[in-house]
Design a protein around this ligand. Structure first.
Ligand SMILES: [Zn+2]
Length: 424
């Protein structure tokens, strides 16, 4: 990262190829502070440009795809920012007629739905916390059972079909967590997902062989240290695996069921719809390894979300209330797999949390309305839209995907904990 400070009237040139805040093709959030006096509508200008990039309406180099877009947006914000080529005189001749055309076809200068401001979760006031004796949830934490790298097309879908990028991609994302969330409720210790089994990196026959194994190897690569087992993570939080009374499994892919063997005393909650997919043809090709899932001695509870009247769940109209007190409700979010579920955690004095499994790999990508590259796209879009509708109802809602590098900090902020206490 580099820093440049410009004085009034000075120009800063960002060389070609340098990633900037408006067309950031990477997976890391860009942060820029630009102070302008007078500010005019500079914030709206940057949000407009960012919204175009986020909506996939720009070329890889950041130029708008719609030829009328410069007329709509560049001319609208001509007092805030100008591009350096073509020369200003040429722009002054070209842009006004383009703007007339853009208006004629209803192209607006920017999308109001994008807002680049960071929504800070309200911090709980101390007296709220102390007076709040009815909160059944005592603590929410996250354990990462190692790191996973996936393909960029996997994080946010592109024009390339899954089969194409799976076989052709030559790049990996930076390491991402494999999160299991730990919720201490007064009636039991609950996990949402159980992470990846360390045996997957130490035992040669953990994954299938042949063509299926090759595809697994192209889909993801894992790094799991001895200290990154589920049991070790729970231990750092002050729990044992035997304390876990319920493990809710978002879906049955291997990076969510890896800790099952350590949970002999827990009820394992999975959706009936997800369980049924184990019996469909070619389970291993769909990421389901029954020999690591259907382990002897596990107590499975296969649930089907029931119709729910609770207006606090809108736009969801069905759910499964884990403890009957509304504090933890399983919601159906199919798409990544047919039976994928999410978990809504609600507390009286704190922002609600929504653990979404693999509905998205990055809450910012989800908020921009983009879906990942694996799963049924139509169902993923529906689930994403519903989560975003819920987010509008609860402005502080913390979205916690399983593999989002920002999830641990987001959880810490939403619970008012320091990141070290929220995540281990
Ligand atoms: Zn996953």
């Amino acid at each position: 990262m580099s820093q440049s400070v410009a004085q009034a009237g000075e120009t800063i040139v960002v060389p070609p190829g340098v990633r900037d805040s408006e067309g950031n093709p990477g997976l890391v959030e860009n942060q820029a502070v630009v102070e302008l006096r007078p500010a005019l509508r500079t914030r709206q200008f940057h949000e407009a440009v960012a919204s175009l990039a986020a909506a996939g309406r720009t070329t890889p180099r950041g130029a708008p795809r719609n030829p009328l877009r410069p007329g709509a947006t560049s001319w609208h914000f001509r007092h805030e920012s100008r591009v350096t080529s073509p020369p200003i005189g040429v722009q002054n001749l070209m842009l006004p007629p383009l703007r007339v055309l853009a208006r004629a076809v209803g192209l607006r200068p920017y999308y109001a739905r994008w807002d680049s401001r960071i929504h800070q979760a309200p911090r709980p006031r101390l007296e709220d916390t102390e007076m709040n004796v009815t909160d059944p949830i005592r603590r929410v934490s996250v354990v990462s059972t190692g790191q996973v790298q996936i393909r960029p097309d996997h994080v946010a879908s592109t024009w390339r079909p899954t089969a194409v990028w799976l076989l052709a991609s030559r790049t990996w994302t930076r390491p991402r967590p494999i999160n299991a969330y730990v919720i201490e409720h007064r009636d039991g210790l609950v996990l949402f997902d159980t992470g990846q089994d360390r045996a997957s990196v130490t035992e040669a026959d953990y994954f299938p062989g042949g063509l299926t194994g090759m595809l697994y190897g192209r889909l993801a690569r894992f790094d799991i240290s001895t200290q990154q087992t589920l049991t070790a993570g729970l231990d750092r939080l002050g729990y044992t695996a035997g304390d876990v009374t319920t493990a809710v499994i978002s879906h049955l892919h291997q990076d969510h069921i890896g800790g099952l063997a350590e949970l002999s005393r827990a009820d394992i909650v999975v959706s009936q719809a997800e369980w049924d997919t184990l019996s469909s043809p070619l389970p291993e090709l769909r990421g389901l390894m029954r020999r690591h899932i259907d382990l002897p001695g596990l107590r499975w509870r296969r649930i089907t979300p029931e119709p729910a009247e609770d207006p606090g769940l809108a736009p969801f109209r069905s759910g499964h209330d884990l403890f009957g007190d509304g504090s933890m409700v399983v919601l159906p979010t199919p798409g990544h797999t047919p039976g994928s579920i999410s978990l809504l955690v609600r507390r009286p004095a704190l922002p609600p949390l929504l653990m979404v499994g693999d509905v998205s790999y990055d809450a910012l990508v989800l908020e921009a309305g983009h879906v990942p590259g694996v799963g049924n796209r139509r169902h993923l879009r529906e689930a994403t839209a519903m989560v975003n509708q819920m987010r509008q109802r609860y402005p502080g809602l913390a979205i916690l995907p399983a593999h989002d590098p920002g999830a641990a900090d987001r959880l810490a902020q939403a619970t008012g904990q320091t990141p070290e206490l929220a995540a281990v």
